[in-house]
Structures are given as C-alpha cells and as structure tokens.
Design a protein around this ligand. Structure first.
Ligand code: KG4
Ligand code: ZN
Length: 336
C-alpha cells in the first residue's frame, strides 16, 4: 500500500496569511486563513507595507494552528508548497522564508507554486480533474482562460488586456462608496437591482478570448457622474446589477465558446471573483446547454485566497518530482 502524502501549503501573496495541510492531493486536513482585510479597509485597498507586517506577525501563529488542527507535526509532512508568485514581493517573501526555514530545520523538500495554479487546483479539492479542461480564472489580479491538457500544463488562451475582473469590481465599488474589497458588496447590491442601465460589453475582435474591463468601468463612472450633474437619481442596486450583467455576459460567453472549440471535458471556475453568486448561477444555467461538459465550481471558502489550493497544486508538483531549493525568492512576475 502506498504511504499517504501530506503537503503543507503556505500562502502570503496578498492580504491573507494562510496555511493548510492536504492529504493525498485532495483531502483537507487543516485550513487556516488569517485575513487582514480590516486593516486595509480604511485605506480603500491593500497597502503592501502593512500587508508584510501582518504576515510577519501572523505566519508562526497560523502555522501552529494548522498543525494543531491536523494533529500532526512537521515530521509528518512530506513537502512544503509555498506561493512563489505573482503577488506583492514583500508579502511573498514572508511565506517563502517561512517555508525555507521549516524545510531547512526539518529536512523537508520545498516546492514553489504559482498563485493562479493554486486557484485552479482548488477545484481538485472538490473533484478529480479530467483533461482537456478549461479554467476561467477571475481574481483581483487576473482574468484568464487557461487550457490544461494534463497536470501542470497551463496554456493561457485569453487574458485581460487592462483591468482584471476583480479590480473592476473593486473600482466600481469605490465609486459607489462601498467598502474594500467591493466585489461582494456589488454582488449583494446587484441581487436587489435590475439591469436596466445600458453598459458596453467588450467582446473584442471576432474569435478573441481576451478580455477588457476598463471601458466598462469608465462607463459606470461616467453614468454616475452624468446623472449627478443632471440632478438625476440612479439606484446603486440597478447600476450594480447592470455592471454585473455586463461582466458576466462576457465571462460566460467566452468561456462557453472556448469550451466548445477546445472540446474540453471539464470547465473549472477559479479565483476570488468565483465567489460571485451571479456568475456561479449563470454558469450553472448556461452549462445545462452543454451537458457533456462537467462544470466544477468550488465552495466560497476555496475561491478567495487560501493555502489549501497551494498545497493541492504543490502535491501534483511533488508527485511529478518537481523541487525548489534554498535559493527560492518571492517572484512577483512569475509566469504560469
Ligand atoms: O483571488 P483573490 O482572493 O485575490 C487575488 O488573487 O487577487 O481575489 C480577490 C478579488 C477582489 O477583487 C474581490 O473584490 C473579488 O475577488 N471578489 C468578488 C466577490 N468576492 C470576492 N468579486 C465579485 N463578487 C464576489 N462575491
Ligand atoms: Zn488569489
């Protein structure tokens, strides 16, 4: 019988200090996330220096809690998977150095994981992956359609040319004076509004799987300003609903077209914006028209940043024999 594989994941790329332990690549044994959102909220966004300080304060506590939850010690861990990039360099460094210290002290192999690979592999904690598959990655920093023909093989077939979807959500939310991060607030408002305000949809050139959200973001801001100048009232709920519909139309439209063109077996949703109820509902509805494609949507807790997803991606790399070394550094520009 094969021995069980336990991988410790560490994620500190942005504003969550997180650690988790995954058994055999798909079973969560412990999952701890310390969010810093409260500290950044009064600045309306993530302040890198504050993020790094919080990570330093939290990382040891989060690791201790993770081992306690799992009822394991470092000697039980087969590999340490850590987010190597992309992200804030000062934030990444805290996780990478913690991983290196543990690896050195206990003689455990270390593996550097791409943050987006982690988001995609969050789905493996829900269901086994079947290739070829397509992943719609929508986070605060990325909007991408990623085609995978096997484990660890990532082909970006479309990406945003300007703002990421989450970034557009956060900027529109700020215009509506909603707290950071704005995505969940727009989602909630949209639910109570009606999409009766005309806004653009950036389909781009025929056949393109790229995205663009900055025009939409500007249209929302202009709509608000023009209404204010004319002394007209716009219901924030309606603006949120119209914005959300425009985002979802394009995300879901392109995902369906790519899924058919590349004849994929599965479509996976990934990233913080995957927590969006409107997007989840529309994907579920739309993929009923493509019953041969298995749509996988992770639970909310695995959509936003966490370390379980990093350990899940790290387990696959571990099994493929990939190893990092003590020269590893935070790499904000790491390629998928
Ligand atoms: O993946 P994530 O936690 O961090 C990055 O890697 O960027 O994504 C954070 C983003 C933020 O822009 C946040 O506003 C957005 O995900 N988000 C949402 C929702 N929940 C989080 N956007 C829309 N609707 C939501 N329910
Ligand atoms: Zn993320």
């Amino acid at each position: 019988m094969n021995k069980d594989v336990y991988v410790l994941g560490i994620e500190t790329s942005c504003d969550e200090t997180a650690a988790a332990i995954i058994k055999n690549g798909n079973e969560i044994i412990a999952n701890v996330v310390a969010s810093q959102i409260k500290s950044h909220r009064r600045f309306g966004g993530v302040v890198p220096e504050i993020a790094s300080r919080h990570h330093v304060e939290q990382i040891t506590l989060v690791l201790e809690e993770t081992l306690e939850q799992a009822d394991l010690s470092f000697k039980d861990i087969d590999a340490i998977a850590v987010t190597e990039g992309p992200g804030l360099v000062g934030a990444l460094l805290i996780g990478v150095n913690a991983a290196k210290a543990i690896a050195f002290a206990h003689g455990i192999p270390i593996i550097g994981v791409h943050h987006i690979a982690g988001h995609i592999y969050a789905n493996r904690l829900v269901k086994e992956m079947h290739f070829p598959l397509l992943s719609l990655v929508v986070s605060g920093g990325h909007t991408e359609l990623v085609l995978m023909k096997g484990h660890g093989e990532f082909e970006v077939i479309g990406e945003t040319r300007d703002d990421a979807a989450g970034e557009a959500y956060d900027k529109v939310a700020r215009t509506l004076a909603l707290p950071y991060p704005g995505g969940p607030h727009i989602d909630r408002l949209a639910h109570d509004g009606s999409p009766n305000i005309e806004l653009p949809r950036a389909w781009l050139e025929t056949g393109s799987y790229d995205f663009s959200f900055s025009g939409l973001k500007s249209a929302v801001i202009n709509t608000l300003h023009n209404a204010k100048q004319r002394g007209e009232d716009i219901l924030p709920e309606d603006l949120a609903a119209s914005f959300q519909q425009s985002v979802i139309d394009v995300l879901v439209g392109k995902t369906m077209r790519a899924a058919e063109e590349y004849k994929v077996k599965q479509v996976l949703l990934a990233g913080g914006v995957a927590a969006n109820k409107g997007l989840r509902n529309r994907l579920n509805e739309s993929f009923q028209q493509l019953p041969d494609i298995d749509l996988v949507i992770p639970p909310l807790s695995l959509c936003t940043d966490n370390a379980a997803m990093i350990a899940a991606a790290g387990t696959v790399m571990y099994e493929q024999g990939k190893r990092g070394n003590m020269k590893m550094n935070g790499n904000p520009g790491l390629e998928l």
